[in-house]
Each structure stands twice: as C-alpha cells, then as structure tokens.
Design a protein around this ligand. Structure first.
Ligand code: ZN
Length: 414
C-alpha cells in the first residue's frame, strides 16, 4: 500500500507528459483506408519509440497485410514487461486509429492540433482512444520510475482498424497470434466508460442493421392515384416496426438501457421537388438486441411486417441486412479481471464499480468470441467521434493510478 502511494504521487506530477504525448499522437493522423486515410503507421511508430525507452522485454509491430495502404500492412503494436515472471498477465489494449473529424466548421480549431483549456484537452483522438493508451503507459512509467518491481507480466497492445471492423487489428492478432492473449490473463480495453469510472462493461447486445427499400410508382403529385407513394409505405412501416418493442420486450438489468432497442435512423433523399410522388423510399433500422433473443427472430418479424404493409399498399418492400453481429457470451461476473479491477478502482477513488452490459460494438467482443474474458473500462465523459472531442487530464491521471494498482494487484496479498 505504501508503494502504491508513492507511485500515485508520482503519477500526479505527469500533467506535462499527458499534454506532450497527446499532442504528438494527435498530430500523427491515423485514419484507416475505409475512412480515406493511409493507416496508423506514423502514430504507431511514435508509440513504439516512446515504449522503447521503458525497456520492454518484447516490443514488436505485427503486420496485418492490407493492400489498400501505401505500406501494404496495418501495424499492431505489442509490448510486454516481466515476461519471465509467469502467471496471468495484465493486458491493456488501446487502438491507434481515429475517425475523421467530420464537418470542420463545427470544430473550434484544427482537429489535429491539440488545444489545452484548463484541464481539458481538445483534438481528434484525445479521448478515443489516446486517453486509454496514455493512462496505461503512465501507470507503467510511474511504477518503473519508482523502482518498484513488477511481479506479474504487464502487456500493452495498440491495435489498428478498431473504427472500421478490426479485421486488420485485434481480429488479426487473435487469428494469427494464438497464445498471445491467454484465458487466465486480465484484459482491459479502456475504450468506453462513465464519468465516475464505475462502469465495467462485460456484455454487449447483438447488433442488427437493416435497410428497407420501398418501391412504388413515381407520378405527378396532382394525380396521386396514377402512382404508388413509397413515402407513405415507409412511414407506415416505420410505425409498424415499433411493435418490435413489444415482441422483444424482456429486459435485462445488467444492460444500460435494459431493453432491446429498435431505432429507425437513416432516411435516404427521394425526389428533389415537392410536386412528384416518390416511387422509391429507403430507410434504415438500427437494432440492439439482448443476447436472450436471436437476431434471426428479429429479422423474421421485420420481414413479416414489411410483407404485410407491402401487400396492404401494393408496394414492393425489400429488406437488406447491412450488419449482423450476434453478441458473444458475456465475460463471467466472477472473472479475475473484474475482481482485480474493482479492487484497483476502490483503492484509487473509493468507489464501487459494477459490471454492466451496453448497446455494443466495442472491440472487446472479439476477445469474448475467442473465449477471453475481457472488460471495457475507463473514466470519461463520452465525447468520442464528436467535433471538439476532448478528455480531462485528471481522468487520465486517475485511470493511470487504477492501472498501476491493477498491474501491482495481488489477490493473495488481500
Ligand atoms: Zn475507440
């Protein structure tokens, strides 16, 4: 406990380190090819140089071949300390890639030049996911600079392609580096959380994205009977789909929100002028489904409703599955990683963290698919993907302390 106190005091002095590294990382734009970028190489190489200064036993960039980027691969960085210590390792996995800034007029400044406003750092990527990497790195730095030896292996992983599917990131590592992460390891993904730092995400809902295309017949708006109005069909179908809430209504309090959700979202533009009856309407439905239901059941219910509206209004309705991800089994509630992380959070903030499920799609789902009990945790106000994305320096320092306590956690010492 005394040694933790001295490490925490050291971490409290790392404000400048946070600002410097956040600035360097934000300036190295890591956009995947699906987001119009050239990859994560420059940023990953910088991280590698930073970690190299801390004398890791393993420091390696695992290349996932990707012909869409100039270098021909996507970089996945693995660093490990204390690799001969044996026993379960603590792994913290962050991702290097970012999402594009979006509408630049919504930003108060250049998204790739960090601005510091009191305790707030603003820039694309500072929260998602540099917050995670910076805190996991400072934790280790605090321990090593205090001269305190590790007694279990600690690994930091920084993966590519998290924002666009993870095929060239974590999924590649799990497929091609079997044994890198092991079932007994404590795996934390600091890529979501709440402001109190009390949410340990252990489960996700299944994800089903559907696109409905309603085909009618276009005609002049003054003679509607000569056509078939696809927009009316879309409107009726959207309202009919609200019945999904009743069909799949069973809640599960592990999740927030506790029930499955079915949200109509994107509507594609139809006719450009007011005096034409639209012959085609396209809209999408975002479904987040509790693991107790199969995505196939929801799909069949949607198909049935679409057929019913279609035959009522004499419209053709097509249904396309854009994305379908069955939720993997949740990380068991008594997993060592949950217990150890709860202990570490309690030591640092005095708070009791609770395991929870969310609407989904974090990269931890890939770990769970491979039977690895990973959790998602960090302390953050969620500003990911927004203009003027920001993070709070005190949150990063708090998380660094929690990681330090986790790296040095020993349930046998009580
Ligand atoms: Zn992220």
């Amino acid at each position: 406990m005394i040694s933790l106190k001295s490490i925490f005091a050291r971490i409290d002095e790392y404000r400048e380190e946070v600002i410097n590294l956040q600035s360097e990382l934000t300036a190295r734009v890591a956009l995947g090819p699906a987001n119009g970028g050239t990859g994560e190489h420059e940023k990953t190489n910088h991280i590698k140089a930073v970690l190299d200064e801390m004398n890791p036993d393993t420091l390696e960039i695992i290349q996932a071949p990707d012909s869409r980027v100039p270098d021909g691969y996507r970089p996945n960085l693995i660093a490990k300390w204390g690799k001969d210590l044996g026993g379960p390792a603590v792994w913290v996995l962050s991702h290097s890639d970012i999402v594009p800034p979006g509408d630049l007029t919504l930003w108060e400044g250049d998204p790739y030049t960090v601005r510091v406003d009191g305790d707030r750092i603003v820039g694309r990527g500072v929260e998602d996911n540099q917050h995670g990497f910076v805190s996991s790195w400072l934790a280790l730095k605090g321990i090593l600079e205090s001269g305190i030896p590790l007694f279990r292996p600690v690994g930091l992983a920084v993966v590519a392609d998290e924002e666009t599917g993870s095929e060239f990131g974590l999924h590649y590592l799990l497929k091609h580096r079997k044994g890198l992460f092991r079932e007994q390891d404590l795996i934390v993904v600091p890529d979501a959380g709440n402001e109190e730092g009390t949410m340990i995400e252990i489960a996700e809902k299944s994800m089903l994205w559907l696109q409905f295309t309603i085909i009618g017949k276009q005609c002049h708006a003054s003679t509607p009977k000569k056509g078939k109005n696809s927009l009316v069909g879309a409107a009726k179908l959207i309202l009919a789909l609200q019945e999904l809430d009743n069909l799949f209504s069973y809640p599960d309090d592990l999740f927030s929100p506790p029930e499955s959700t079915f949200s109509p979202t994107k509507m594609e533009p139809n006719v450009p002028n007011i005096n034409t009856i639209p012959g085609k309407a396209v809209f999408s439905l975002d479904c987040r489904i509790l693991p107790r239901y199969q995505t196939g059941e929801v799909l069949s219910a949607c198909r049935e409703m679409a057929d019913k509206i279609g035959s009522e209004l004499d419209l053709k309705i097509e249904l396309e599955t854009v994305q379908r991800q069955e939720a993997p089994a949740p990380t068991p509630i008594d997993s060592p990683v949950i217990l150890a992380l709860k202990r570490a959070i309690k030591v640092v903030t005095g708070r009791d963290a609770e395991p929870m499920g969310i609407g989904g799609g974090t990269v931890a789902a890939f770990f769970r698919k491979y039977g690895l009990p990973a959790v998602v945790w960090s302390t953050c106000a969620d500003t990911a993907h927004q203009p003027n994305e920001s993070c709070f320096i005190p949150d990063i320092l708090t998380d660094a302390k929690v990681f330090a306590a986790l790296y040095l956690d020993d349930d046998k010492r009580g």
